[in-house]
Design a protein around this ligand. Structure first.
Ligand SMILES: NC(=O)C1=CN([C@@H]2O[C@H](COP(=O)(O)OP(=O)(O)OC[C@H]3O[C@@H](n4cnc5c(N)ncnc54)[C@H](OP(=O)(O)O)[C@@H]3O)[C@@H](O)[C@H]2O)C=CC1
Ligand SMILES: O=C(O)C1=N[C@H](C(=O)O)C[C@H](O)C1
Length: 242
């Protein structure tokens, strides 16, 4: 049985993850929240799963590296420097960072990449996400993941071609940009739609999460898969063989 340690254990995802670990027949080695000791947790675990805060990421990666255990990073709201930290840690241990651990979104990203490639640049791309009222980051990590997939399909750089929130006299849409819009309210676990809009026709690809169990199940699969892997960065499509 794998010993899985949870960072952010008292949170919404931490609790869902504890249920998923039990359902998978694995062992919960412990959990920490703000002020907890990630190194002690890492030393007691075969793998760490982090659903906490970007502020915690550096210490969590350092703990994983120091203890020589792999780490699944599900925390969102990451900036470029956080991705560099993941790259750096991945030189010394196995790191899987993703904005969404569900099977459905992992497949959706594949479909979005394919659609963006096949439909061509005259199809505008807009990504809309809806989440519960407690979510603190926008756009969601999943929206950004889908944006990256669309940009890859198009052969463009997402950072240089993003419209993240429009307000006021914005002028007409810039050709080639990928737009993001975020809705917050209620208890929505996570809805994402990628709209492809052309002259006189539209194609929309959606994923609707009905609860957090789907993310927790995917995170446990990722954690199980990561144990024993060489140092490096890994992805959900590798875990799910998609
Ligand atoms: N990749 C994916 O598939 C998914 C990712 N997420 C992401 O996971 C993260 C957590 O989401 P959610 O569970 O809803 O959020 P919550 O706010 O419910 O939980 C966050 C938890 O992290 C803890 N925490 C905060 N700071 C630290 C720290 N420095 N060290 C250790 N623990 C800390 C909090 O503890 P305290 O209360 O003491 O501050 C809290 O228990 C978010 O970034 C979210 O977007 C969510 C769902 C799926
Ligand atoms: O905060 C959440 O709840 C979620 N966060 C992730 C994200 O930012 O995409 C994944 C999921 O949508 C739920």
């Amino acid at each position: 049985m794998a010993r899985i340690g949870i960072i952010g254990s008292a949170g919404r995802m931490g609790q869902a993850l504890a249920d998923a670990i039990a359902a998978a027949g694995e062992t919960l080695s412990g959990g920490i929240d703000k002020g907890g000791d990630p190194l002690a947790l890492a030393q007691a675990s075969d793998v760490l799963v982090d659903f906490s805060s970007p502020h915690a990421l550096e210490a969590n990666l350092d703990a994983a590296v120091a203890a020589g255990v792999p780490i699944v990073v599900g925390t969102t709201g990451l900036e470029e420097r956080h991705h560099f930290l993941c790259d750096d840690a991945a030189l010394r241990t196995a790191v899987l960072q993703t904005g969404n651990t569900s099977l459905g979104v992992t497949l959706l990203a594949h479909l979005v990449r394919e659609a963006a490639q096949r439909l061509g640049a005259d199809w505008d791309i807009e990504i809309v996400e809806t989440h519960h009222r407690m979510k603190v980051d926008a756009p969601s990590g999943t929206a950004l993941l889908l944006g990256h997939a669309a940009a890859e399909g198009r052969g463009i750089d997402l950072a240089a071609n993003s419209a993240r929130g429009r307000d006021g006299i914005t002028g007409a849409r810039t050709a080639g940009e990928i737009g993001f819009a975020s809705l917050r309210g209620g208890t929505v676990a996570g809805d994402h739609t990628v709209h492809f809009l052309a002259d006189n026709e539209r194609l929309s690809l959606s994923h609707l999460a009905e609860n957090r169990a789907i993310f927790a199940r995917g995170a446990v699969r990722a954690a199980q898969w990561l144990i024993g892997k060489d140092a490096g960065r890994y992805t959900m499509p590798q875990v799910l063989d998609l």
